[in-house]
Design a protein. Structure first.
Length: 133
């Protein structure tokens, strides 16, 4: 009797929207970055005054990863899909920060929005060029 491979019967989940897939991956990278920053604050030598700089780095990396996935899934116009993902990600982070801590709009907000736009667009350009023909 032949062994049954149960994993062949599990349906695969595929997101049709490149933006939705990119936001999901950016959220995962954001969660990992937040955990890393938390552990560096708790057990490392990092000070709280350094947190804004490192959080911008985490947001840039998350937007880059999300733009990469978005550009790869779209198959064309990677800079466009990555840039739109960067804007959507930045606005989502702005909304969450406003609702959680009543943070207003400042120069740092615009810096984060520009950064996520550029990182997302760059990630999208890389991602669309890694798609196999």
């Amino acid at each position: 009797m032949k062994p049954i491979n149960a994993m062949k019967n599990v349906p695969k989940v595929h997101m049709a929207s490149p933006m939705l897939a990119g936001i999901l991956y950016a959220s995962i990278w954001l969660a990992l970055g937040a955990i890393l920053l938390s552990t560096m604050l708790r057990w490392g030598s990092m000070q709280e005054t350094q947190l804004p700089l490192y959080s911008l780095i985490v947001h840039g990396c998350a937007s880059l990863a999300g733009g990469f996935v978005s550009g790869r899934r779209s198959g064309m116009r990677g800079w466009y899909y990555g840039g739109m993902l960067g804007i959507a990600y930045g606005l989502l982070i702005l909304l969450v920060s406003f609702l959680s801590t009543n943070t207003g709009i400042s120069g740092r907000t615009f810096t984060m929005l520009i950064e996520t736009l550029l990182c997302g667009a760059f990630g999208g350009m890389i991602g669309v060029n890694t798609k196999r023909s």
